[in-house]
Design a protein around this ligand. Sequence first.
Ligand code: IVH
Length: 666
Amino acid sequence: MEIKKEIEILRKELQQHDYVYYVLAQPKISDFEYDKKLKRLEKLEQSHPEYITPDSPTQRVSGEPTKEFANIRHRVPMLSLANTYSEQELRDFDKRIKGLLEPEETYEYVTELKIDGLAVSLVFENGIFVRGTTRGDGITGDDITNNLRTIKSIPLRLIQYDDAFHDVEVRGEVYMPHGSFIRLNKKREEDGEPLFANPRNSAAGSLKMQDARLVAERGLDIFCYQLIDHTYPVKIPNHFEALEQLKRLGLPVNSSACKCQTIEEVLSYCHEWETKRDTLPYEIDGVVIKVNDPSQQIRLGSTAKSLRWAISFKFKARQVKTKIEKITWQVGRTGAVTPVAELAPVHIAGTVVSRATLHNPEEIERKDIREGDAVLVEKGGDIIPKVVQVLEKERDSPSKRYQIPKNCPICQTVLKRSEDEAALRCPNYNCKAQIVRRIEHFSSRGAMDIEGLGSAAVEMLVNNNLIRDISDLYQLKKGQISELEGLGEKSAENLISGLEKSKKQTLDRLIFALGIPYVGVTAARILAEYFRDMDLLVSADQTFLEQLFGIGEKIAESISDFFTGDENRKILEKLRDAGVNFKGSEEKAGDLFNGKSFVLTGTLQGMTRDEASKMIINQGGKVTSSVSKATNFVLAGENPGSKLDEAKNLGIIIIDEREFMKMVAK
Ligand code: IVH
């Protein structure tokens, strides 16, 4: 057979097999036979690269890692839906629909499972998958085509495609099935990497990875729920038929969609799935309810943010009963001492939960939480599980009220309780736990990212009195480390080279790594961008810091306190002597706003306020948070606040976004 023909036939066959395997879950041939065909195709394509096409099943994982995802504007905005948690609100929604349509007009709903993942848009041109984007802010999203191509249930070429569908956009939810999630976290645990809190977070993390080869290993999947035909927008009679059409095109569609004639039917669908959600191999967080008829959808329209013809009914967070085996206390890097409930392990939403935060001593007292109590634990979308209720009736009779400790569990120093009695604090700056936590933070991924210095190594180094603060790290000698039990020659080498590399980290990371209370990643970036030099930051005046956009009083005071301390100054000197980078990037776009001071107010359309302030700083200007006589310009977006009036009163120049962009473009 002619090679080109054989390639085409193999491709068609493999595409069909992908479809029945990944979309319908009804494989027709064995994995062995499938692999044989794939290998044959690979071989033919290798010897005839001129025949390789982007939709070939061999091309799912291709291309170089992406440095930065391109920003793409959605042709139709990706709006979100209003949420409701109660039956009453759903009935109100139905009344609203009825009221907005003509009297006596009939309507029906389609109910679907609300998959807990991330919305994406897939564009098919002439049947070929050409582009995939994240929802982003609904107006523009990131181009993650290469990552989405690795999801095997997304056809690289539509099935049963005819010319009528030559320009379609499909929207759906990318999710991580429980099986993939458990496998991924198990591997991360083995590799000593931080675990993902839930399948949604891990799907989000996976889609943002720059290397598609790694995404392919994450086992992501998708359900499609919206078809936008850009050529014939009104051809599909209703939403339910659109779902059927998506299936015919070869896209994965969840099979639970249902037509409902009344709100009672909708409610019973919601309740049915709230009880059945744990039987699914993926996470759902509610039900989406949509008006079926597209002409009614158009008449119902949308508000600025969400559609009026659809709503999502969110399930309540899952609660599971378990027992508090013990209450332990954790000392954080700033000395905060927080209670943790050590639980009898239970499964909730794909993870095993064995600890829950109890927030603070006040919470324990108020809820009268005791060791040995049976409790209800809840895990919502958030990361840390919570104890929501004590089941007092199940208490063993001679149970005692829990006594809040008076001394630090680590250094035994007498603990201090805050004025409102809520928080507990260990005032001993040299408490070993605080030392360990500070160094862990310094070394962590978002900070100095020191290879070879995980929690266990930090603890070992501190316990053996080799380090007391972050600057001691850079004095470590290979021989000292390799002598420690469990570390050895290789780990010592790794750590020394990791430390060496970390000296070149950027200024924003160093600022964040110092662990100044309230200075998170964002504040650290702002400070690095503005000062571009550690020494300038150290000597900055508190009132000046307060004025910086995004900093404010609390952070400014904390920075000022931190750099006034002798101890911290000494640490900084030692870091400098060790050769740690203290300089920010030299690059500045220009001097356009040299010495000029801006205040931003209201919502900007084409950029965020953060982006605008970066542009100003990059041109030598300054962004402050309140208007004064020293302000040169007020950049006002939509719905500006009182700052606009203040500017008018003081006679300060007010510019809008267009004028600002003109200034920058000059
Ligand atoms: S419809 C009509 N259907 O939930 C367009 N959304 O705010 C609006 N989601 O952003 C979305 N499953 O990320 C729709 N079957 C489903 C869905 C679904 C999950 C997500 C989607 C959307 C959010 C609703």
